[in-house]
Design a protein around this ligand. Structure first.
Ligand code: BG6
Length: 503
């Protein structure tokens, strides 16, 4: 993504140290992504993967587990020779953040290993652990000097959630920034690993035709949708403490929003792009609790069927509290207080157990003054939408009106579609390859900076507070397999607008 980066640049020699190596994230995404990088010859020539285990585990045991995971989760057929070469780089070291002395031992073992492997002391620590592990692990790494950059680079990778509200996000950032400098921290939001999401920047800034109309003069409003079919399943305990808003909005939906709404960055580098994204998040109007209630809808799903799958009521899900008021659906209307977007609302919606899986950004252009087609009722005309599809179809569609062939002037809406898969052949990927590769080459353009994480939480905090204070008042229900609570339609209808139909 930077001008310096080409597909064939190999990262510096380094060790890739994984905390939480036996967990789901490491097996499901990190190792398959490393495998895909190995298959594309994009891993460093001198490389080692160090799995940190809390209890003693031999390198062979670890390799065996990782190979089984790879076979299960790889996105392409596993080639034995490539897998063997990757696993040959794997070793394990024992360390437990509850036992500080184990980190002193870990440092010595890591030093010795790196000498043997000639990885030049460059290290990437990937915290594939629950978030309460981030600060304690970073503290021990810092105390033992393992994060000090003396001629070699030292980086720390963490995954969402970065806090659970504004205060906890600030605390986590402050804790990490006591030990590391911002350029050493890579906060992953997996949405930025998606090609279509990265493409929003290219669409807007590598084409001359969109930018002149990308503003309040031509755009009526923007809709951002991340709808999921899956219910909460086995994640009851995590989800019940989290809810749709925390789980999806300040992170994934705001990544989409900031890319769509940001000002053009001065340069295509991490500093300029991240500053422009942080600026637009900071411009989201902060609402009072009353306004937040007025401009939002939250819902919880009731049982239903989606295809062949029967989904039970959310509140009957394992590990969900009795009488839980956690929302599984959230819709918000947000306003961005700047010149470009004054008067252009951004409507966001996301939910679980909905009838369709769809992630898209729909930009609705203002209606043309149809005075000259007097016989045509305006409602009969198609809306002008530019739709950026992220899932399930990756691509871009433009909806506009056209004349139906024939002697009479009759008008109908048509759609012009670009689909990635029609133009580009890409190997199926986990979406983590680019992110992991970028960590290794030191390009943090696709990672979240502390200020934008906090700006995101600041914007949703009024909704979190208002909903917590309202309790079950105002919590709507919707049937699994539906489009969400009908009150979400009201949110648009009262502004004379409607959600785009997703069928
Ligand atoms: C995760 C959330 O961050 O993103 C999940 O915790 C959600 O609840 C997932 O299902 C959605 O990701 P994607 O890539 O499937 O849209």
């Amino acid at each position: 993504m930077t001008d310096a980066k080409t597909d064939t640049t190999k990262p510096d020699p380094c060790s890739f140290v994984i905390f939480g190596v036996t967990g789901d994230l490491a097996h499901r995404l990190v190792m398959p992504a490393l495998y895909n990088l190995a298959a594309s010859n994009l891993l460093p020539d001198k490389f080692c993967v160090v799995g940190i285990a809390r209890k003693a585990m031999s390198a062979d045991e670890l390799r065996e587990g990782l190979l089984a995971g790879l076979k299960k989760f790889a996105t392409r057929p596993v080639d034995d020779a490539i897998a063997e070469r990757l696993l040959e780089c794997v070793t394990s070291i024992e360390a437990d953040p509850q036992d500080p002395a184990s980190f002193d031992k870990m440092r010595d073992e890591l030093d010795a290993l790196e000498k043997r492997r000639e990885t030049a002391g460059n290290r990437l620590f990937y915290l594939a652990t629950p978030p309460d592990g981030f600060a304690p692990i970073a503290r021990q790494l810092g105390r033992t000097g393992m994060l000090q950059e003396n001629g070699a680079w030292r980086r720390l990778v963490v995954e969402k959630p970065f806090g659970t509200d504004l205060e906890s996000a600030k605390k986590l950032n402050a804790e990490l920034l006591e030990i590391l400098t911002e350029h050493q921290i890579y906060r992953i939001d997996h949405y930025l690993g998606k090609e279509t999401v990265q493409n929003i920047l290219v669409l807007r800034f590598a084409n001359g035709m969109f930018e002149p109309i990308w503003n309040r003069n031509h755009i009526d409003h923007v809709q951002i949708t991340v709808d999921e079919k899956l219910g909460v399943g086995h994640r009851g305990s995590f989800y019940d403490a989290t809810g749709a808003l925390r789980d999806m909005v300040p992170n994934h939906l705001f990544q989409l929003l900031s890319l769509v709404a940001m000002e053009p960055p001065t340069r295509f580098d991490a500093h300029s792009v991240r500053a422009a994204k942080a600026d637009v998040l900071a411009a989201i109007q902060l609402e009072s609790e009353t306004e937040a209630l007025h401009n939002s809808v939250r819902g919880q799903y009731l049982g239903g069927t989606i295809g062949d799958t029967v989904i039970e009521d959310y509140h009957k899900t394992k590990d969900v509290a009795n009488g839980s008021t956690t929302e599984t659906y959230a819709a918000l209307k947000l306003v961005i207080d700047n010149w470009r977007w004054a008067g252009v609302p951004f409507y966001l919606r996301t939910g679980k157990a909905l009838g369709i899986k769809r992630t898209e950004v729909a930009i609705k252009f203002k209606q043309a003054p149809f005075a000259m087609f007097q016989g045509t009722p305006v409602e009969a005309l198609a809306q002008n939408y530019l739709v950026i599809g992220v899932e399930p179809t990756e691509g871009i569609a433009l909806q506009f009106n056209t004349k139906i062939p024939g002697p009479a002037v009759r008008i109908d809406g048509v759609e012009m579609k670009f689909r990635y898969k029609d133009y580009f052949k890409a190997e199926p990927s986990t979406g983590y390859e680019t992110l992991i590769y970028d960590c290794m080459i030191g390009d943090n353009i696709l990672f979240q900076r502390a200020d934008s994480v906090e700006a995101g939480w600041r914007a949703v905090q009024p909704f979190l507070d208002a909903w917590a204070n309202a309790g079950s008042d105002g919590l709507k229900s919707y049937k699994a397999g539906s489009e969400g609570p009908r009150e979400a339609d009201e949110l648009m209808k009262r502004d004379g607008r409607a959600w785009r139909k997703l069928s």
